[in-house]
Write a protein of this length. Structure first.
Length: 460
């Protein structure tokens, strides 16, 4: 179902880092693109920060110049920036929320660039107001702080607007390199016959970053690698990789197919056997010295926050039973590895006369940069009976829009295809929560690795 188009974007928490760094540049890129709707959009920001009109206009102009290619090109970009406004207020106050909604034009989308606890308080306040017809709620991850909290927030949000008007934002789903999975899966007959447990030995989804905290301790130290990346982004990527064939790419079919995968997902063994965690110590990263995570500004060592998380799962379905799926993400690693790898089983028989070591075929879908690589065994150079490996690779084109541009296009056009449905958000917490509980109880050791290394030495 495609809903009403949005006339006003009300950003709660507009004084924060997310709006400045990602949301506003993404909006500018969308406005500067060939996005079809030619109507005007009012952007109204609100937050506790004391930004006067000049400071807000400067922030918007800088973000818009970044997002639209440096020049703020296009009438829509400059017009939207000029008309945007900011209000210093308590966004959990019923009276102040009423005033913000009265300033909106037409149908509003309320964007919660806020922590989950504040989002819940805003929703409680919104219950006391009559929301304009068609109001859309857009909420940043993490959606809730656990399974019970996610369920409670879903129930609360359900008293405000219908589910099709709720956009749980996972910007990973707006990235062209992730959406490439759909094209690879369903446009190539070569793959579908082997896309099952009869032929697939294992699946990995890895997002290792060669970056430290980069000033994000305020959020990251209360989340960690598991909540920040695995519980949200990587489970969504896994669902795209493993969903059954769909007849059309629309929000109902795609999100329902993802839900089937997530409902069938279990830890492969208990949390102590299925998960590992670690955090970085001092080291050299990208030619510069980096201190230990526990010495980073804003980090509380008592929280025992992990900077590298790995979880092994399996999807308990006819298609995938018995195939281990490893999700891993970490920071301050020596090699940025951002990819999904599907490894096939060994061939059942190698004919006598062929020499050499037969390796496993694999398909790699790379993120940032977007690429597609296939690993095969072929006849080697010189002696055709001597096996050699070949890794043909294609560089995939980036999409026209950045991730937040794609997400905002769906939001403003009333198409929730790239939003996370409520039941999917709950399933992600169900999968991750036993691991989080085990980690909080110190049932899984906290390993360490030097910044700039490939991770703990005893991890394979």
């Amino acid at each position: 179902m495609v809903g009403a188009r949005i006339d006003s974007l009300l950003v709660l928490g507009a004084d924060g880092d997310l709006a400045r760094r990602l949301l506003l540049p993404g909006l500018a890129a969308l406005l500067a693109s060939d996005w079809a709707p030619r109507r005007r959009l009012l952007v109204l920001g609100a937050g506790l920060g004391a930004l006067d009109e000049r400071a807000w206009q400067r922030r918007v102009s800088d973000a818009f110049a970044e997002g639209s290619g440096g020049g703020g090109r296009g009438r829509r970009v400059t017009d939207t920036a000029r008309r945007s406004r900011y209000r210093t207020c308590d966004v959990t106050s019923v009276d102040e929320l009423r005033g913000l909604l009265e300033e909106c034009e037409g149908t509003p989308a309320i964007y919660f660039a806020l922590p989950p606890s504040v989002t819940a308080r805003v929703c409680q306040a919104l219950r006391l107001l009559d929301l304009p017809e068609g109001t859309v709620l857009a909420m940043e991850k993490p959606f809730g702080t656990g399974l019970d909290g996610s369920r409670a927030l879903n129930q609360l949000v359900g008293t405000l607007v219908p589910e099709e008007q709720v956009y749980r934002i996972d910007h990973f789903l707006g990235r062209s390199d992730v959406l490439n999975i759909l094209g690879v899966r369903f446009a190539n007959r070569l793959l579908e016959p082997v896309w099952n447990n009869e032929h697939v030995e294992s699946i990995e989804v890895v997002y290792d970053e060669a970056l430290g905290l980069e000033g994000r301790a305020g959020y990251y130290d209360s989340a960690g690698a598991l909540v920040d990346m695995v519980q949200s982004h990587l489970l969504q990527v896994m669902a795209l990789l493993m969903l059954d064939p769909i007849t059309r790419v629309d929000e109902r079919e795609l999100r329902s197919a993802k839900a089937e995968v997530l409902r069938a997902t279990r830890l492969k063994g208990g949390p102590r056997n299925a998960s590992r965690r670690a955090r970085y110590t001092a080291g050299t990263l990208g030619g510069r010295k980096l201190g230990a995570y526990t010495r980073e500004p804003g980090v509380d060592p008592a929280r025992r926050t992990e900077t590298l998380a790995e979880v092994t799962l399996e999807v308990d379905s006819w298609r995938w039973a018995g195939v281990p799926v490893t999700l891993r993400s970490g920071k301050a690693l020596g090699r940025a590895r951002k990819e999904a790898v599907v490894t096939l089983r060994k061939t059942p028989h190698l004919p006598a006369g062929l020499r050499g070591h037969a390796t496993r075929d694999s398909l790699t879908i790379g993120f940032k940069p977007a690429r597609l690589a296939i690993h095969l065994d072929v006849s080697g150079p010189g002696d055709p009976f001597e096996l050699d490996s070949s890794d043909p690779e294609a560089v995939l084109a980036d999409g026209q829009l950045p991730a937040y541009g794609e997400v905002l296009a769906g939001l403003l056009d009333g198409d929730p295809l790239l939003a996370v449905r409520g039941d999917n958000a709950e399933e992600c917490w169900r999968i991750a929560e036993p691991v989080l509980d085990a980690w909080r109880a110190d049932e899984v050791p906290m390993d360490t690795y030097a910044a700039g290394s490939d991770g703990p030495r005893d991890w394979r």
